[in-house]
Structures are given as C-alpha cells and as structure tokens.
Design a binder for this molecule. Structure first.
Ligand code: PLP
Length: 436
C-alpha cells in the first residue's frame, strides 16, 4: 500500500493521461497486459536501453516491449531501414521485391523451415498456422499445455497472468478443439495422445513458457513431444515467438529437437513494426500455394499487411545486419550471467526471491510463506503481493519491468547497466528483509 501511495504521488501526469484515455478505451489502453493498478505508467520515449515516462522519470528498460524491442530503442540500423522503406513508398498493394528475399533469409536460418509465410503478430501467426495444420491433417484436436501463452486468442495460463487470475477473468480463446495437458509431464502427455490419437492434428508448445513465469521445457519432454507427434501422424508445432532469441537458429537448435512447424514474431522487425511468421515443411506450407499457375494448395491465406514494405525491409536489415551469431551468443551469456547473479544475491540475503528462465529471458518469483505477527496470528505474505512490491520498488529505483516480473534483455544493455539493477535488487532485499 505504501509503495502504491508513493507511486500515485509521483506520477500525476500518468494518472491524468490514463484517466482521460479511459473515457474512450477500456482501462485507458488497448493491451490488458500493460494495464496495472492503480494506473499504468504512461511512457513517452525510448532511447537506447532507457525509457522516459510522461512525468519525466527515466528507467532502465528490462521489459523491452515483452521481447520485441530486443535491439534497444531506436537502433540506428532499424531506424535507417524504416526511413529507407518510407522513402520508397510503403504501401505498394502488390507483390514486392522484399518479401521473397526476407523469406529466404528465414529459411536459411531455420533448418526446419522449407517455406515460410508472414503475418502481423504472434497471435495471428499461431492462429493461421493452426488452421493450416488442421487443413493439412484433416483433424481437429490440438494438444496445448497448462501455462502456455500463444497470444490473446490462445492463453492457457495457470499461474502468472496476475491481472487475469486474480480478477477471475476469462480468456478469449479461439474456438479450437483444445486438449490442455500439464507441462513437462510425459505420462500425462502420453495419455492425452493415446486418447485423442485418431483426431490429433498437432502438439503445440513453447520450448520455455514465457508469459506464465519463464519455465523451460525439459529436453526429454520435448523429445517425447517429437516422438509422440510422429507416432500419431500429428504435426509438432513450436511457438518460438519468444524463445527463438536463444540462438539465430532458434531454441530448437540448442535443444536439437526439431518441429514440423515453427512460429516466430516480436523482435524480428526490430520492435518498430508488427511482425509474425510461420514456416516449416514444404508439404504443409505449400497448401497455401495460390494456384493460379497450376497446382494450388487449397488453403487461402491473405492479409493487407502481410508483406508490408516497412516490415519486410526492417526485418531484412535485422537478419542481415543486426541479429548475428555473435550478438546472439553474447545476449544469451549476458542473460545467464544476470540470472546467476540474481539467484546468488537471493541466496546471500536469505531471501524468498528466485529467478527462473533460460538465456536472456527470465522471471522473478517469490516463495509463498506465512509470517508470524505480534498478536500470535499468521500473515500470509502472498508471493503475488511481493511481486507487486518488487515492481513498484524497482520503478522507484529507476528500473522498468513487465508487471509480471518477466525480464527480457536487450542486446545493447551493458553489464554495467545491469549492475545498477543488481544494486537496486540488493537494496530492496535489505530494506524489505522482513517480508522478502
Ligand atoms: N506466442 C508467445 C510465446 C508469446 O509470448 C506471445 C506474446 O507474448 C505471442 C505468441 C503473441 O504474440 P503477439 O503479442 O505479437 O500477438
């Protein structure tokens, strides 16, 4: 409460802006995930690894637009690419010379992508790919996992979508024939596959569940997904919208388990453009063949902005000039370094805090405990409340995090800058030692 009061007092312009916006936008925003109580910080500007809000506070940005702004704000190559595209006309209305070149770059990088198609977001990409997979297999059941997040139309979040869970809100999932199975649970998966075998279109998973708290998949679980999908003649589909950042060839290449289809999104268009892509085996993706020149795959896929010029040009610049093998290794190692440091700090301070994740994506958690209070009763110090306290405390100390405490590192953020975050966490753990 005290942290929230402090927040209200020091953010009058954010409050006023949100109040005005709320008259025409439910909650003052068009993305529930960025909303928070008592009101969200309204951001004004991003530069390098920092954000500034409308009240003039400057923050080290550890949210990085939920993984989309992975190269930092206003990266010079990305700015130049957008500018060049704008100069050449950005809504051509036909096939353009950029989309084929970009598709080849993706197919060269992802060995499981014989062919690829583009869309406008991770959500749209997943929905389109699932419809395609259902058409390809002629089946309807889709195995997904508890805690999985595949966009606003496919959310199976168990624990961390705090806004949703604590308010008892329903998800707005597409009406697919979902079969929801516990994550990392091979016997449960085997049972679900066996029960649904005749009508199983695909097994659909994140290699690390990001939104629900950065829980990596066990390798033997991913291997089981692979062999069970093959055994059932179903498609194995990896949602790598977030995890692909673990290497230039995706997290699948680190785990050495390969899917039939993969979806991508977020950072590939530099954070400045909407982006989504799905690709995989030619025999599946070729079903989208338009067919005017003979052939014809039988499934129609279109969208005004699928080949948007600024997106195509920006993503090409990202793949050709920005997202190199060296950058990917360095980012991964920086994430391992930060997570280890945070967990060391938590151990040293005997804290309930712990950090999960892999590479440059991680999430801060607190263990649930009961605290004895003076009158002999016990106070349930809920992990969720501590997450809130951590969030507001970090804001006060100049660190911007996703409200659910997911950290998504940027390539340009230095270890010195991350050390300022580590110092802030240490101060927090010391000052709030009785709770955390
Ligand atoms: N899939 C995963 C794994 C995601 O984390 C997200 C977004 O966070 C999506 C899909 C949806 O992407 P978008 O927000 O671009 O629709």
């Amino acid at each position: 409460d005290e942290a929230a009061k402090d927040f209200v007092a020091s953010n009058p312009t954010s409050k006023a802006t949100n109040d005005t916006a709320s008259c025409s936008l439910p909650g003052g925003t068009t993305r529930n995930v960025v909303h928070m109580k008592p009101f969200p910080v309204v951001l004004a500007m991003g530069e390098g690894s920092y954000l500034t809000d409308v009240d003039g506070h400057k923050y080290l940005d550890l949210c990085a637009e939920y993984s989309a702004c992975m190269f930092g704000h206003s990266h010079p190559v990305i700015k130049r690419a957008i500018h060049d595209a704008v100069e050449q006309g950005f809504a051509l209305g036909g096939v353009n010379r950029y989309e084929g070149r970009l598709a080849k770059l993706f197919c060269d990088r992802f060995k499981t992508m014989d062919k690829v198609r583009f869309s406008n977001s991770g959500t749209e990409t997943n929905m389109t790919a699932l419809a395609l997979i259902k058409a390809y297999t002629g089946r309807s059941k889709i195995i997904v996992f508890e805690g999985g997040y595949h966009g606003g139309l496919a959310t199976f979040t168990s624990q961390s979508s705090m806004n949703m869970k604590s308010s008892g809100k329903k998800t707005m999932n597409a009406p697919h024939d979902w079969v929801v199975v516990p994550y990392n649970d091979i016997p449960a998966l085997e049972a679900a596959v066996s029960e649904n075998k005749a009508d199983l279109a695909c097994i659909f998973l994140e290699l690390m569940q990001g939104s629900s708290g950065c829980t990596p998949a066990d390798v033997d679980f991913v291997e089981a997904c692979r062999s069970l999908a093959t055994g059932a003649d179903a498609v194995l589909f990896f949602d790598e919208v977030m995890t692909s950042r673990m290497s230039v060839h995706g997290y699948q290449d680190i785990l050495s388990v390969y899917p039939d289809m993969t979806s991508l999104g977020k950072y590939f268009a530099g954070g400045g453009q909407n982006f989504g892509a799905f690709g995989g085996k030619a025999e599946i993706v070729d079903m989208l063949e338009p067919g005017f020149s003979g052939g014809g795959g039988g499934v129609y896929h279109s969208g005004t902005f699928n080949n948007n010029v600024t997106t195509m040009v920006t993503a090409t610049a990202v793949l050709e000039e920005v997202w190199t093998e060296g950058e990917a290794c360095e980012l991964f190692e920086k994430g391992v370094w930060l997570r280890d440091k945070l967990n060391d700090l938590a151990t040293r301070r005997k804290s309930r805090m712990y950090v999960t994740g892999t590479g440059s994506l991680m999430a801060v958690h607190f263990r649930e405990i009961e605290i004895a209070i003076d009158d002999g009763s016990k106070l349930q110090a809920r992990a969720e409340d501590l997450k809130e306290l951590f969030f507001f405390d970090m804001l006060k100390r100049g660190v911007f995090l996703a409200r659910r405490l997911m950290i998504s590192l940027m390539t340009i953020t230095s270890r010195e800058e991350l050390q300022t975050f580590l110092n802030a966490v240490d101060e927090f753990l010391c000052e709030r030692a009785e709770f955390v």
